[in-house]
Design a protein around this ligand. Structure first.
Ligand SMILES: *Cc1c(COP(=O)(O)O)cnc(C)c1O
Length: 386
């Protein structure tokens, strides 16, 4: 596994964990669609006993994920949420957790409705480095949960600075790196302890699998998480592991195109008269353009914009685009469009949504890899209908 770490990610996605199968020489690894494995004598086996614990197809995916995030260990889970759940179970009861105030809606729901009795959560604007450092010193949290860029406001958190501050106080840092994918950002290389992904998004990239991953370097924490995964049971299935391994092969070419299209669309939106404001980390108008340029290897494929005319204009626009499918989720090859206040972020109370700036005229785009001129024509059609 180690030898891939020095290679470029475009090579790693194709080769890490993807060695030809030994028996037949098959270039494409088989799907080990089995629940159990034969033993020569009780307890004597080849490292595989039962698929909830281990499966050779999942092992290959985990090798690949570790390599592309520059980590030593990876776990592939049945969903992004189950990966997040395992990390919450790893902490002793009554842990203090500092969490970004603009995280994925499902993460917010998990923390405030499932784990709020087990742990204490402190929600903060993590882009305010000075304040977060102060709170870390004062509260001495066990864990710091970060997303950067955030969803849907695409705010950037300084990972190096917060990783350092957390280390001083003995807090574990976690970054949900779903939005950037390992192609555009590698938190472990910036000093972060644990990376989480929803494989459902860019990593699989084809909108046909739900999955999650945890990648880290600390062996003790890996062993704890493995025991939890085996005990609780949210392991990724062999077939879905195989699909993600296949999707991953094109991660580099997909991400390059997502970004190329997103940059063009962000510029188009920025000068459109029916647009109030565009948020994209690759625009010079983004308040943290400088930090984004140094911390990330690119700016990704997600764009947020505010349409003029409030909720009515937003609805009309969403109903009249064709190639941007109106759907939750993101990161697939096909373009998606959604309304966070009604769809992905509905579980956040309206008052808090207003405070955060997730207003009723906010629209989020997941820019796909279609022809960019066709995508821009489609957006023009939406604006005309308004
Ligand atoms: C989708 C998503 C998740 C949850 O992942 P699932 O695979 O849907 O369970 C977590 N974090 C972010 C940033 C996401 O976009």
């Amino acid at each position: 596994m180690k030898k891939y770490h020095k290679k470029n990610i475009a090579t790693k996605v194709l080769h890490a964990g993807n060695h030809p199968e030994e028996g037949s020489g098959a270039i494409t690894p088989p799907i080990y669609q089995t629940s159990t494995y034969i033993q020569k004598s009780p307890g004597k086996h080849n490292g595989y006993e039962y698929t909830r614990s281990h499966n050779p197809t999942r092992t290959r995916l985990e090798e690949n994920l570790a390599a592309i995030e520059n980590g030593k260990f990876a776990l592939a889970t049945a969903s992004g949420m189950s990966a997040i759940m395992l990390i919450m179970h790893m902490l002793p009861a009554n842990s203090k957790i500092i969490c970004g105030d603009d995280v994925y809606g499902g993460t917010y729901r998990l923390f405030t409705t499932v784990f709020h009795e087990r742990h204490q959560f402190i929600f903060l604007d993590t882009t305010d480095t000075k304040n977060v450092k102060k709170v870390i010193k004062k509260e001495k949290p066990q864990l710091i949960w970060l997303e950067t860029p955030t969803n849907p406001l695409l705010k950037i958190t300084d990972l190096k600075a917060l990783a350092e501050a957390a280390k001083k106080e003995g807090a574990v840092t976690v970054v949900d790196n779903t939005f950037m994918s390992p192609f555009f950002q590698n938190p472990l290389s910036l000093g972060i302890d644990i990376v989480v992904h929803s494989l459902t998004k860019y990593i699989n990239g084809h909108s046909d699998v739900v999955g999650g991953a945890i990648i880290l370097n600390n062996k003790k924490n890996y062993e704890k998480l493995f025991t939890l995964q085996n005990s609780i049971g949210p392991s990724q299935s062999p077939f879905d592991s195989w699909l993600v391994l296949r999707g991953l092969k094109t991660l580099a070419v997909r991400m390059r195109t997502h970004q190329e299209n997103a940059v063009k669309i962000a510029h188009f939106l920025e000068q459109h008269p029916q647009v109030e404001r565009v948020i994209y980390p690759g625009l010079k108008s983004h308040p943290q353009f400088k930090l984004a340029s140094t911390q990330m290897n690119g700016f990704g494929g997600m764009i947020t914009f505010f349409i003029k005319g409030g909720i009515r204009a937003a609805k009309k626009f969403l109903e009249n685009v064709e190639y941007f499918s109106l759907a939750e989720s993101l990161g697939g090859v096909e373009s998606l469009i959604e309304h966070p206040a009604i769809m992905t972020h509905a579980s956040i109370p309206p008052k808090i949504r207003q405070q955060l700036g997730i207003t009723d005229n906010l629209i989020r785009l997941s820019v796909g890899i279609e022809d960019v001129d066709d995508l821009i024509s489609d957006l023009k059609k939406g604006f005309k209908a308004v």
